[in-house]
Design a protein around this ligand. Structure first.
Ligand code: CP
Ligand code: NVA
Length: 301
């Protein structure tokens, strides 16, 4: 039976540990001579811009011996009204898997229902699970473990935050989210995580309190793709939620700073911090490639 990866909840703790170990091995050069995707084509359908997700998947598919086919919604019939169901059923006759970046998570779910080949969520309004895999790998590299690591996410309770909450609950990290009222993560994600996690899942309003004792400080943009019309109203809520040198002082001395990128420098994070000695954002971006290769091997095996 085909497996999809629409959210972190779609895989088990054992599977995520296996994926992370495989990604670490791939990064170290294991299997460089193997071509597990030989003869296979992977579709990449993107409704929104992307640098990391698109290029890491394209390069990863190539390195695994496969072909990627980039699909722009304006250039396929979906953009002229062909249904998601028909598009999914037809593409599955050509492709071995498909990565989707959509505005609505419901669209990825609908696509997956009708696709007979694995569907990977390359970011929707609710989840960004491929990002969370790279985040976990980066934390393992820097901290040597996940269980018991305290991650403080400062900012909007968005797709990235939702996937981090699910990832923390699955792996036993403590996660503290500091966000303004009205910017909380998805309540369903929180409820499930609280029911499942061996660690803490906390929502606070005070960023300094959240950053206290943090091993990892994480942030993302305050205004996500698709929310541009609310930009000014949203940004007004986030004063005090910037990761800067004052906030960093609240965390542990060896805190690691993560950001999924792209960053709005000077808003959610300062240049000094994102370019500073605590930042691991470039390793984190690189790890998209290794974790996605491990994921493709796992789903298409
Ligand atoms: N972090 C991330 O998904 O980046 P892109 O939007 O560039 O793909
Ligand atoms: N929350 C951001 C993440 C970008 C990678 C967005 O959805 O735009």
């Amino acid at each position: 039976m085909k497996r999809d990866f629409l959210a972190i909840r779609d895989i088990t703790k054992d599977e995520i540990e296996g994926l992370l170990q495989r990604a670490i091995d791939l990064k170290a050069g294991a299997g460089a001579d193997k071509r597990p995707l030989s003869g296979k084509s992977i579709g990449l359908f993107f409704e929104k811009p992307s640098t990391r997700t698109r290029v890491s998947f394209e390069a990863g598919v190539y390195q695994l011996g496969g072909q990627s086919i980039y699909l722009n919604p304006k250039e396929i019939q979906l953009g002229r009204g062909e249904t998601i169901a028909d598009t999914a059923r037809v593409l599955a006759r050509y492709l071995s898997g498909i990565v989707l970046r959509t505005y609505s998570h419901a669209a990825v779910e609908e696509f997956a229902v009708h696709s007979t080949v694995p569907v990977i969520n390359g970011l929707s309004d609710r989840h960004h699970p491929c990002q969370a895999l790279a985040d976990l790998m980066t934390i393992v590299e820097r901290k040597g473990k996940l269980e018991g690591v305290r991650l403080a996410y400062i900012g909007d309770g968005n797709n990235v935050a939702n996937s981090l909450i699910e990832a923390a609950a699955l792996t036993g990290m403590d996660i503290v989210i500091a966000c303004p009222e009205g910017c909380d993560p998805d309540p369903d994600v929180l409820e499930r995580a609280r029911g499942k996690s061996s660690g803490e899942v906390l929502i606070l309003r005070n960023p300094r309190e959240a950053a206290g004792r943090a091993d990892v400080l994480y942030t993302d943009v305050w205004v996500s793709m698709g929310q541009e019309q609310e930009a000014e109203r949203k940004k007004a809520k986030f004063s005090g939620y910037q990761i800067n040198s004052r906030l960093l002082e609240c965390a542990k001395n060896d805190v690691v700073v993560l950001h999924c990128l792209p960053a709005h420098r000077g808003e959610e994070i300062t240049d000094e911090i994102i370019d500073g000695p605590h930042s691991a954002v470039l390793d984190q971006a690189e790890n998209r490639l290794h974790t996605e290769k491990a994921l493709l091997e796992f789903l298409l095996r």
